[in-house]
Design a protein around this ligand. Structure first.
Ligand code: UD1
Length: 421
């Protein structure tokens, strides 16, 4: 298994191009199931999760062509679709459950494996099922699979989500495009991925209003058609690389970055004493020699501070002056990076959903273990600032979400290399 070796202590300078968003692309790909015409996605990130979704769609009978060095995906869900999403693929990635809504809408039936638990928490599917039932789907859980039917097709309805769920909003939004009549989704997620999905569906002929607000209204149409759509920039990759000069020192321009994608995160970053500026090509983050300041962080649905940047922010705050409190409100088990950061000299006390981080003067390199995608990259960030060498093992987690990480950071002067194992 590969690992990544980081030799810390180098300040960074240069530019990092931000790729297309993994989570947006993973949502747009299943939308292809809604039409027999091709959906072409440009600016796709080259990541293992994208290949997993392509395999799942192929197993459902789609043709997936990867063009222009895998930057462009052309997906055709022709007339003959299979409606069974097998556990073997679904268990590898939770986003697989996003085929449920489109299959029900287009085929009137779907059998989709439940994804099972994952390292960061239970991540249930009850809200997805509740939303689809409101559109008239009959759903039953059997042998670890959701068996769904929509005899006579889905019908528009009102969905009142008790809590904000990105995945459930996406599933219902896709299903509603082909349902008869009007669907209103209340307490909808407002994440940029939802906005991207709504725009793509609209390019395919769907009638949608209100994306980016907490009420989305969908007027069902008879059928959708093919389209070409550009995937939005990855806000989590953007935030992660904004933290690189913040923790290591220096100045880096994030090409394609936009502040509105990470506004609450950028505000917190500035409170630590780091500068964030708009440039013609993106965003520039600069840290002068001064000590960082502690800040309190609470993860929330968008536009709040994203749970997917909590681990990376914690790495930064281990070096800030004072004590920071990080509260995780989205997932119950998302502090697995804390014990690894302790091995590098951080002072962190986890109690339930809150981590108290007492800033230290310096971190020291150590062999550490990646436990999930965002946790792994937080250890790389910590390694950039630590004295000596940090080796991050189990980097397959990282490869699910960060494209050419060593090249992107190495291009700005970081001493980082992949060790094949
Ligand atoms: C979540 C994040 C998203 C992030 C993604 C990948 C939020 C609101 N969502 O999206 O920003 O990109 O992880 O890490 O920050 N839940 C239920 N029942 C369900 C579905 C969800 O109880 O049927 C709960 C979850 O356990 C969680 C909360 O709702 O506590 C939000 O989950 P959800 O937004 O659905 O998760 P993802 O779509 O995976």
């Amino acid at each position: 298994m590969d690992s990544i070796l980081v030799k810390g202590g180098q300040t960074l300078s240069g530019q990092i191009p931000i790729s297309g968003a993994k989570n947006a692309c993973l949502t747009l790909m299943p939308a292809a199931l809604l039409t027999s015409e091709p959906l072409t996605l440009t600016n796709a990130p080259r990541l293992s999760d994208i290949r997993t979704m392509a395999s799942l769609l192929e197993s459902l009978g789609c043709e997936v062509a990867s063009l222009q060095h895998r930057r462009v995906l052309a997906i055709s869900a022709g007339a003959d679709l299979n409606h069974i999403a097998d556990y073997e693929i679904v268990r590898r990635m939770r986003a697989s459950n996003l085929v449920l809504g489109p299959l029900l809408a287009r085929e009137g039936r779907a059998v989709v494996s439940l994804p099972g638990g994952c390292a960061i928490g239970a991540r249930p599917m009850d809200l997805h099922l509740m939303g689809l039932e409101a559109l008239g789907a009959k759903l039953e859980l059997k042998d670890g699979y959701v068996h769904g039917t929509a005899n006579g097709g889905l019908k528009g309805g009102t969905v009142d989500f008790p809590i904000v769920s990105v995945g459930a909003t996406e599933n219902v939004l896709m299903a509603a495009t082909l349902a008869k009549g009007t669907t209103v989704i209340n307490n909808a997620a407002r994440e940029p991925e939802i906005v991207d999905l709504a725009r793509c569906l609209r390019a395919m002929g769907a009638q949608i209003e209100g994306e980016g607000t907490s009420t989305i209204t969908v007027q069902g149409v008879e059928s959708l058609h093919g389209a070409t759509y550009q995937v939005v920039s990855d806000r989590i990759e953007l935030g992660t690389y904004m933290l690189a000069p913040a923790i290591a020192g220096g100045s880096v321009e994030l090409l394609g970055g936009r502040r509105e994608l990470v506004a609450s995160f950028a505000d917190k970053l500035e409170q630590t004493g780091v500068t964030v500026e708009d440039t013609d090509a993106g965003l520039r983050v600069t840290r002068n020699g001064e000590r960082l300041r502690a800040v309190d962080v609470r993860t929330e649905p968008f536009p709040g501070f994203p749970t997917d940047l909590q681990a990376q922010m914690m790495a930064l705050l281990t070096l800030a002056e004072g004590t920071s409190a990080l509260e995780e409100t989205i997932f119950e088990n998302r502090f697995m990076h804390a014990p690894e950061l302790l091995r590098m000299g951080a002072k962190i006390d986890v109690h339930g959903g809150t981590a108290k981080v007492e800033g230290v003067e310096r971190l020291t390199g150590a062999p550490v273990m990646a436990t999930d995608l965002r946790a792994s990259v937080s250890l790389i960030l910590a390694g950039l600032a630590a004295e000596g060498e940090t080796t991050v093992a189990r980097v397959y987690h990282l490869d699910r979400g960060y494209e050419r990480l060593e090249e992107k950071l190495g291009g700005c002067g970081a001493r980082i290399e992949r060790i094949k194992g």
